[in-house]
Design a protein around this ligand. Structure first.
Ligand code: T5A
Length: 216
């Protein structure tokens, strides 16, 4: 299989409400302003199959039971489709790809959150990602209480938490710890960002790193 250019894939990770979508929007705008082609994608989602799987994965309903094994495989199915249908073709055309979650979400949520062993998840990720590794991964770090408060403010009173948001606080503490460990274990790729600061400050730090690491 033809390998895509690995250097233009940037992923954003972190707990709910950390500000990933917000920062992706800002970085995409900065790259656009420089005349750079940019594609933004989200996981699960980003393809017709992925968006349908997203609905199933987020639905919180007593009629729909999702065991941890099904959950894991559905996230991976969405990723496999996204890589082949969207990310690889965009990278081949020379576009930047900014991904709202990618393989590290599986390590954090299904690994530390649900308890699946890391070697298993790494080999499933290898299959789903066709060997693609992000050039840089920003982990937006936020306390689970602040992240949840942001989501609650955004959601308002009208809609209820989705299936994963409804997990107890300890689940999100484990997810956060997994991301911190990942940043320690892979410092050349994973950059930890304090996401409790104002949006503009976070964006400025990310932009500095993108410029420096990726040579813009
Ligand atoms: N999942 C996903 C897995 O379990 N395994 C996997 O392999 C994958 C891929 C996805 C769910 O799936 C799970 C993880 C998730 O539970 P999602 O709806 O895509 O669900 O949810 P998230 O990715 O968590 O995204 P969120 O929309 O919840 O959060 P974001 O994108 O991090 O935050 P954002 O930018 O929308 O901001 C949230 C609010 O905070 C404000 C924003 O304006 C917004 O209102 N905000 C700030 N406020 C103050 N200061 C700042 N610096 C702010 N930045 C943003």
């Amino acid at each position: 299989m033809m390998r895509s250019h690995p250097l233009r894939l940037i992923t954003f990770e972190g707990s709910e409400g950390a500000g990933k979508s917000t920062q992706i929007g800002r970085l995409a705008a900065r790259l656009h302003a420089l005349g750079q082609p940019v594609l933004t994608v989200r996981e699960p989602g980003g393809t017709p199959l992925g968006e349908r799987l997203r609905l199933l994965l987020k639905e919180s309903s007593p009629d729909l039971s999702v065991c941890p094994e099904s959950e894991l495989l559905l996230f991976l199915a969405a990723r496999a489709q996204l890589v082949r249908e969207t990310i690889e073709p965009a990278l081949r055309k020379g576009s930047w790809v900014l991904a709202d979650r990618f393989s590290d979400s599986t390590l954090a949520y299904q690994g530390r959150g649900r308890g699946f062993p890391e070697p298993l998840l790494r080999s499933l990720n290898e299959l789903a990602c066709a060997g693609l590794t992000p050039a840089v991964t920003f982990v937006l770090d936020i306390s689970s209480s602040e992240g949840r408060a942001r989501i609650a403010r955004r959601r308002g009173e009208s809609t209820k938490a989705d299936r994963i948001e409804a997990e107890p606080p300890e689940f999100f503490e484990r997810v956060r710890a997994a991301y911190l460990d990942l940043a320690r274990a892979e410092p050349d790729r994973v950059v930890l960002i304090d996401a409790e600061r104002p949006e503009e400050e976070v964006a400025a730090q990310i932009w500095e790193i993108v410029r420096r690491v990726l040579g813009l």
